[in-house]
Design a protein around this ligand. Structure first.
Ligand code: GLN
Length: 479
């Protein structure tokens, strides 16, 4: 039976003729079929994936060298454009819309011979933390099907968690890769802002959005990052500097926010596990320093003011006239046409955010909300600069709780927003961050820690991640 550990080992087994790319694709197609009820995929590119696998098997047998992602089976979130394939952002307003071009990041993967197996379910326009705001219905967490997988990239997380693909892409505006990775017990990386091209990523909040990676090994996540981080002139917000090459180090200097670990909303068991992990880090020779962070309570309001403002502007383009959902009600005038198309096409959460964003941008409230939030964003960026002038990494929880029951938070959007407290900081400040699955809760659900590094320090972040993961493996063995 086919099994997958890392791309490197998979390639060795292809070279040794233990498996073919077709074996891999068939294995994942079977898994997708078997676990259809988890609702992780919006569409599966079955025929295409089989044809590509056959082609790659032929190329390999001709003795041609393998490209970096030869036969690597990857799923993408339904917000990433793939020419001639549907992209809908899990929204009725884009139902049946076909991409006219391919996102640069995805093209980089295809150019390295990746096999794209399908696109994954998510919260509508990537707005949410549970995957319950999708026009295609909820996604189930494979570890406990009564629970949410997290969101907004819930389908992409479950696709990796439940072995329906080797790696997957999500998008992370305020935690949508790291939080579902945490809820599903896998690795989730959000690169720094400007590291991966956003060209072809459906926009939610353009100064926060980044394509992120789900995987089960740091090595594979790094491989995708290396390939996707190539410069793209189609995205003028890309940071043209290459990622820094980190020095090889044994011991790191970490900080953590006192207020983050003492926050009343943080599950007690998560807090105590992270605290004892900090002790383990110190015993292993790392320096870990508690620092004060008085701005913690501002970060959720800053995030929701700025992202809804950007979303209200970005989502203006969906009017149901040029493309997308068009209401069957005959309008009396143009305004009514916009109104019916948008009222019927968007879901409740998206409407809530468009209204909130329009409000904070309105003439009477702009200074009180939007400008204030921008000022605090600048303060937070200065704070992060200070932290990383001293420390290699910042440690935080990923989410205040483990995955919760489907349906429990649907009536209280504020409660869901507040749970983004630990993830939005990296998006507000534009630094890279990763969720690492380290622990198991007494409720049997996984959780881990989040590590943040300075801008352009993704490779340091991944180097640190290897160290931290191997430390728990050792700690577990010693138990
Ligand atoms: N939960 C956050 C939100 O709803 C994060 C979304 C995201 O990262 N796309 O805005």
């Amino acid at each position: 039976m086919f099994s997958f550990t890392t791309v490197h080992e998979y390639h060795l087994s292809l070279i040794n003729k233990k498996y073919s790319c077709l074996d891999a694709v068939n294995y994942y197609l079977d898994k997708i079929w078997e676990k259809k009820h988890l609702n992780a995929f919006v569409e599966v590119y079955r025929q295409e994936a089989i044809e590509k696998a056959n082609l790659l098997d032929l190329i390999r047998r001709e003795g041609k060298p393998l490209k970096k992602l030869h036969g690597v089976v990857i799923a993408i979130k339904d917000v990433i454009c793939y020419r001639d394939h549907r992209v809908t952002a899990a929204s009725k307003i884009l139902q049946n819309f076909q991409s006219l071009f391919t996102a640069t990041a995805l093209q980089f993967l295809i150019d390295e011979d990746a096999i794209i197996i399908g696109n994954c379910n998510c919260d509508e326009f990537a707005m949410g933390s549970t995957n319950e705001n999708s026009a295609y219905g909820k996604v189930l967490n494979a570890l406990d099907e009564m629970k949410v997988p997290g969101g907004s990239s819930g389908g992409s997380a479950v696709a990796v968690q439940a072995n329906m693909c080797m790696l997957s892409l999500g998008s992370d505006t305020g935690g949508s890769v790291r939080q579902p990775a945490d809820f599903c017990g896998i690795i989730g990386l959000k690169p720094g802002y400007g590291t991966i091209s956003r060209y072809g990523l459906v926009a939610y909040a353009s100064s926060f959005d980044q394509i992120g990676i789900f995987g089960k090994s740091v090595q594979d996540v790094k491989l995708l990052l290396d390939i996707m981080s190539g410069h793209d002139k189609m995205d003028s917000t890309m940071n043209p500097e290459p990622m820094c090459t980190p020095a090889v180090k044994e011991d790191y200097k970490f900080a953590y926010f006192k207020q983050a670990l003492e926050h009343e909303g943080l599950d007690k068991e998560i807090a105590s596990q992270i605290k004892s992990y900090i002790d383990t880090l110190k015993t292993a020779g790392h320096e870990v320093t508690e620092i004060d962070f008085d701005l913690l309570d501002y970060i959720i309001p800053v995030y929701y003011v700025l992202t809804t403002a950007e979303a209200s502007s970005n989502l203006n383009r969906y009017d149901g006239i040029r493309y997308g959902y068009h209401s069957s009600i005959e309008p009396n005038n143009l305004a009514e046409s916009y109104l019916t198309n948008r009222s019927e096409g968007f879901g409740a959460e998206v409407k809530r955010r468009i209204m909130l964003g329009t409000f904070v941008l309105s003439a009477g409230y702009y200074d009180a909300y939007y400008s204030k939030a921008q000022q605090i964003r600048n303060l937070l960026i200065k704070e992060v600069d200070k932290i990383f002038s001293v420390f290699d990494g910042l440690i935080m929880p990923v989410s205040p709780t483990t995955a919760f029951k489907i349906g429990v938070n649907t009536k209280d959007p504020i409660a869901v927003y507040l749970a983004d407290i630990y993830t939005v900081f990296a998006n507000i400040t534009g630094v890279p961050a990763i969720a690492l699955p380290l622990f198991s809760h007494s409720n049997n659900m996984p959780f881990g820690i989040q590590v943040l590094c300075n801008k352009k320090q993704e490779l340091l972040l991944l180097q640190i991640s290897e160290t931290l993961l191997s430390l728990t493996k050792k700690a577990l063995k010693n138990d």
